[in-house]
Design a protein around this ligand. Structure first.
Ligand SMILES: Nc1ncnc2c1ncn2[C@@H]1O[C@H](COP(=O)(O)OP(=O)(O)OP(=O)(O)O)[C@@H](O)[C@H]1O
Length: 382
């Protein structure tokens, strides 16, 4: 069975006019749209009108979009009967271009997965492939920066060149309730999917406060970080890294498996700064998890426990080139399953979205890079 991919089905272009310094429309009109027209690439423009719009759009529309896509494909079951044998394909590739930042990608991913969850649109009989072309017009642009995209034109060129690698997601789950009682099962309910970073402590507080400085562009994170370093807090929590776990060893300057690969690790906090990421850089010139890979099956963990202002500032001094991993206060790990428990209610930042964590074992949050093929359906142009 062969699949003839559709050259006629339009590229979906999602434009967030609010991202970054609100340059999306200008970039679209002056660079991206002319390039697509020149390449004779058909497209359909979806303009985001408010926060959350794109997520609900994909949640509501992904099934009809995939249906249209499948109908635009021709499957040739029998080469000798080219015109007669049209069947449903086992996969189809949907291309989505994003003019926005990481928050927009997060919304699209979550909207698509909510829209197809538990349906015939993700099954062993049919599973779509979603390819993202991210045109960096956001503030941090972590995904683009981490894969080395240097400009809007560079991102457009990479899309037109056509090479993709997996864009792996982290799941963020909380304990599932059993029945209507207040008892909790060992089961987990996935609440969200993360493409860039889950954070707790200073980084989360910084992202929370940075919204009021949006007009400053990238500078907004620095302003908000300084405000939070001046009033530095320690955040109580217990972090469990389930084996296999890798740790960065400063003496050998390399990552190695803890206890031969089976051992788990506990960090008892309090945490000053805690990141769980899939991307090496969170913005240009800020590379807090330098060993992270967009495409592998690990999450990278940067943990700073009980640090003072001077230690945090020293850490920030090393983050442009990843040198902070050599500092004594900085712990660096890789894991595939992680749980975080806080003694009282806390706040978690998931790709810029905020999640309240309830205190105690029942409020535990679990992060995983799952191998579920119905979730890992995304890739990115590199
Ligand atoms: N028309 C709109 N008006 C206001 N906000 C919007 C609109 N469309 C989308 N949004 C919201 O804009 C927010 C920011 O989007 P996005 O992440 O693309 O840019 P950014 O925050 O500048 O970049 P980054 O996430 O890379 O730092 C998202 O939370 C999204 O929901």
């Amino acid at each position: 069975m062969g699949i003839l991919s559709s050259d006629t089905f339009p590229l979906l272009v999602v434009l967030n006019p609010h991202s970054g310094k609100k340059q999306g429309i200008h970039v679209w009109e002056t660079v991206v749209q002319p390039a697509l027209n020149h390449a004779q690439k058909p497209f359909r423009l979806i303009e985001s009108t408010s926060q959350g719009h794109v997520q609900s759009y994909f949640n509501d529309n992904i099934k009809p979009i995939l249906t249209d896509l499948v109908q635009s494909l021709s499957i040739v079951n029998d080469p000798s009967a080219l015109s007669s044998s049209i069947a449903r394909p086992s996969t189809a590739t949907l291309q989505v271009m994003v003019l926005g930042g990481d928050g927009s990608v997060h919304e699209i991913v979550n909207g698509i997965l909510q829209g197809v969850a538990g349906t015939e649109f993700v099954s062993d009989q049919f599973r779509p492939k979603i390819e993202f072309a991210i045109i960096p017009t956001g503030t941090g642009n972590a995904i683009s920066t981490s894969i080395g995209v240097t400009s809007v034109q560079d991102a457009v060129d990479r899309f037109l060149a056509g090479k993709v690698v997996p864009l792996r997601l982290m799941t963020v789950s909380t304990r599932a309730k059993t029945g209507q009682s207040s008892t909790f099962a060992a089961k987990w309910d996935t609440r969200l999917y993360t493409v860039v970073v889950n954070s707790f402590g200073l980084h989360c507080a910084t992202v929370y406060d940075a919204e009021e400085f949006r007009h400053l562009g990238n500078e907004r994170f620095r302003q908000a970080a300084m405000k939070n370093v001046e009033n530095l807090k320690q955040y109580e929590g217990l972090l469990e890294l389930h084996g296999p776990v890798q740790t960065y060893d400063r003496s050998s300057k390399s990552l190695g498996l803890v206890g031969g690969g089976s051992d788990s690790l506990q960090l008892r906090g309090p945490f000053t700064y805690l990141l769980i990421t899939k991307q090496a850089s969170l913005e240009s010139g800020f590379t807090p998890t330098p060993f992270a890979s967009t495409s592998d099956e690990w999450m990278d963990i940067l943990a700073v426990q009980n640090a003072g202002q001077a230690e945090i500032m020293t850490m920030f001094g090393g983050t442009p080139n990843g040198q902070h991993v050599e500092q004594e206060k900085v712990d660096y790990f890789k894991a595939k399953a992680i749980e975080l428990e806080t003694p009282s209610q806390g706040r978690l930042c998931v790709d810029g979205e905020f999640l309240t964590i309830e205190g105690g074992p029942e409020g535990r949050v679990r992060f995983e890079v799952t191998l579920d093929p119905n979730i890992q359906i995304f890739s990115i142009f590199v």
